[in-house]
Design a protein. Structure first.
Length: 406
């Protein structure tokens, strides 16, 4: 062993100086929310999403805002400078920034160092290659090497690096999800290309929470922030098979509408199809409805959809799901202006959930005058709203469906 080799020494945690850096705002409130309050110098952010979902549009708008106080270099491996100029004019990008059409990451870093770049945008990582690795651009070795070099550049120079990564059919970035372990923050852009609504979600964030989501709407002028997304996820219709709930995305309460459609099935294996609700959860709730509420669903095809491409991952939406299915089965519209909040247990009980008061205030703000909640809930009704406490799924169905019929 070489005794003269230099190595780091262990130190007491109390002697380590904290990371005291000011957040850099993107001037897009929805993006800052997902990032945890803004960007940090030396931060590497990976933005993933399907091709054509709007990643380049969002980053060009972000670059326009960041160029006020930072020197920005936008590197494109997919488009020409003329194409970038055309998009910038459409998005009304007014601030000056540097543009480079290059696929060699070594040349990109050299250009960034020479120009003392503060914000570097790579669009996309699948087009980049490094002289340090073998293989073609987009291969695992090239993607890993290029990302590692860009990360070293960010940490050594205090630069902010954005990396665009296309998502494959399997939902991974560049095949194996190798980049997520290298970068500081991973954001996913979700939505249907044919629809205008886009959801930005953090799946990893070393400098903030991963529970927040940002909501954008695609327009001719680029991405438009949606500061009040609850209204986008509500159709306003009061028909059989529709129920409304309030879920939490991080600290933000969002109203969601669940729709269901039931059809007769003459075979022994009825279909259970859902969009926005996990299939296993739907199967569990259907079993509870049949066993505890005595609803005959064994010969019905069940289709459940959440309006606006929203994903209901938390249990607070269970009550709304079972109520919309019961409504569709009985072909009875649920009472107008009613929201349903609560978790459904295997024994059929309606269980308490977190932050119920916050959810109820959001319901009342949007004009819902009746809120069905678990019997164990101790939160007070917000002004302008009445509470209906239910203990079990059977009693919830009897109270709401029975009242609607009466």
């Amino acid at each position: 062993m070489n005794k003269s080799s230099v190595h780091t020494r262990a130190q007491q945690l109390s002697t380590v100086s904290g990371l005291l850096q000011k957040r850099v705002s993107t001037s897009l409130g929805e993006l800052d929310r997902v990032l945890g309050g803004g960007l940090i110098h030396g931060m590497v952010v990976l933005l993933g999403g399907d091709p054509g979902i709007g990643k380049s549009t969002l980053l060009l708008q972000t670059a326009d805002h960041l160029a006020d106080e930072n020197k920005v270099l936008y590197v494109s491996g997919e488009e020409s400078a003329a194409q970038l100029k055309l998009r910038a004019e459409r998005l009304r990008v007014s601030r000056e920034m540097l543009v480079l059409c290059e696929t060699n990451v070594d040349n990109v870093i050299s250009e960034a160092l020479q120009n003392k770049i503060g914000v570097l945008i790579i669009d996309s990582i699948q087009t980049m290659y490094s002289d340090e690795a073998t293989g073609v651009p987009g291969s695992v070795s090239q993607v890993r090497a290029a990302t590692a070099q860009l990360t070293r550049f960010a940490k050594d120079n205090g630069a902010i690096v954005w990396i665009v990564g296309h998502v494959t059919k399997d939902g991974n970035i560049a095949g194996p999800r190798i980049l997520e372990h290298i970068v500081d923050t991973v954001l996913y852009f979700e939505g249907e290309r044919q629809e205008g609504l886009r959801l930005l979600r953090a799946v990893k964030n070393r400098f903030g929470s991963t529970n927040e989501i940002g909501v954008f709407e695609m327009s001719n002028e680029g991405m438009r922030e949606v500061s009040d997304p609850s209204q986008l996820f509500l159709s306003g219709e009061c028909v059989a098979g529709c129920a409304v709930t309030c879920v939490l995305e991080g600290s933000r309460p969002i109203m969601a509408e669940v729709q269901s459609l039931l059809a007769d099935n003459a075979y022994s294996n009825p279909r259970r199809t859902s969009a926005g609700v996990e299939n296993g959860r739907l199967a569990l709730l259907l079993a509870v409805l049949q066993k505890k509420a005595h609803l005959q669903l064994h010969n019905k095809d069940v289709y459940v959809n959440v309006v606006g491409n929203l994903q209901l991952d938390e249990r607070g939406a269970d009550l709304a799901i079972v109520m919309c299915i019961a409504s569709a089965l009985t072909e009875t519209s649920l009472p107008k202006g009613t929201a349903y909040i609560g978790e459904v247990g295997l024994t059929g009980e309606i269980r308490q959930i977190s932050r119920l008061d916050l959810r109820m205030r959001e319901c009342a703000r949007l004009g819902y005058t009746t809120i069905v909640v678990p019997k164990s809930a101790r939160a007070k009704a917000p002004q302008g709203a009445n509470l209906i406490h239910v203990a079990t799924v059977g009693k919830a169905v009897a109270a709401c469906i029975g009242n609607a019929r009466g």
